[in-house]
Design a protein around this ligand. Structure first.
Ligand SMILES: [Mn+2]
Length: 327
């Protein structure tokens, strides 16, 4: 145990290598191979050295799944997303964007946050601490879950730098279930407004298709049927009207997508969005003041042929382009 603790402390200080790299030679990840040396997200440098002035964004993994109510295993999500992201490395200018990512935005992979396994309180503390470090340095954080409970820690780590946030939430579930003192992956957005982290009156949930109190629900809901039936432009317009100029946090539970497009997830619900539709909605809101992003609930043990992991990787890369488009 003491060895593990020592290692955690070392990682928290970002001092594994003199230059902050998490691997002996950070340049190992910089080539464009879609199968060799797949350690980091999309081949980004794997490092905790984030103080460079030109660095705009940080990708971080949170291998946690103790908040889940259904199938467990999302702790392996970050690694699965990194592996699948190798398929995206070769395209310097991602379609259909009209710029090369590296021309507009420098980003690194911060690795996974370590915490005492089995200790959710420690996870919350560590994730909040690292998030505050990254957002405090003025970098945009893109987090890879992990089950959705991790978003509570991420929001706690963002408010210091950005104040109370609007929430743009893609999900099959509202995750605002009133379970009183219970903290899990279905109650973060019940607790978050009570903690002053988000303002439901400026927040919107897209893709919902599970029961919630429709007569008394603080968040605007664009349910899955509506999001599938109306045009992408109408959905984009509704999100923009709700969020406005507010600093916003975008949280994407992969189960917003139909299980046909994301089978590997903890609590799948049929009747969801396609990956294509979700990507088009995201591109339509790229210029909103989105200060942080996550994609959560990727569960490789239930995945098929990396379908879900590739969707997660593609969304995370889309987040980088959304951020870059505002640079
Ligand atoms: Mn969900």
């Amino acid at each position: 145990m003491s060895n593990e603790n020592e290692k955690s402390v070392q990682l928290a200080d970002g001092a594994l290598m003199a230059d902050g790299s998490l691997v002996p030679d950070g340049s190992l990840t910089a080539d464009g191979s879609i199968y060799a040396n797949v350690f980091s997200f999309a081949g980004l440098p794997l490092t905790r050295d984030i103080d460079r002035a030109d660095l705009g964004a940080v990708v971080m993994g949170i291998p946690y799944d103790l908040g889940t109510s259904g199938r467990p295993g999302a702790r392996s999500g970050p690694n699965a997303i990194r592996q699948a992201s190798a398929n995206l490395r070769w395209e310097a200018q991602r379609w259909p964007w009209d710029f090369r990512l590296s021309d507009r935005l420098q980003a690194v992979d911060y690795g996974d946050i370590e915490f005492s396994s089995g200790d959710s309180t420690d996870m919350l503390a560590r994730v909040t601490e690292h998030t505050m470090r990254i957002t405090g340095a003025g970098k945009t954080l893109i987090s890879l879950g992990g089950d959705h409970f991790v978003t509570l820690a991420l929001l706690r780590g963002h408010v210091g730098a950005h104040g109370k946030l609007a929430l743009i939430h893609f999900d099959a579930h509202t995750d605002s279930y009133d379970e009183h003192e219970k903290y899990d992956h279905g109650s973060m957005f019940y607790h978050a407004p009570k903690e002053g982290l988000i303002d439901p009156a400026r927040s919107v949930q897209i893709g919902i298709r599970t029961d919630h109190d429709r007569t008394n629900h603080a968040y605007q809901v664009i349910d899955a049927d509506q999001a599938n039936e109306q045009s992408v432009e109408d959905t984009v317009r509704a999100i923009r009207a709700r969020v406005g100029e507010s600093p916003a946090y975008l949280s994407f539970d992969i189960d917003c997508l139909d299980p046909a497009f994301a089978p590997g997830t903890g609590t799948p619900v049929v009747g969801g969005l396609s990956t294509a539709r979700a990507l088009r909605i995201l591109r339509g809101i790229a210029d909103l003041n989105i200060v942080g992003f996550d994609v959560v609930e990727v569960l490789p043990a239930y995945d098929q042929a990396q379908i879900t992991a590739l969707a997660g990787a593609s969304l995370a890369l889309e987040f980088l382009y959304m951020r870059a488009s505002r640079s």
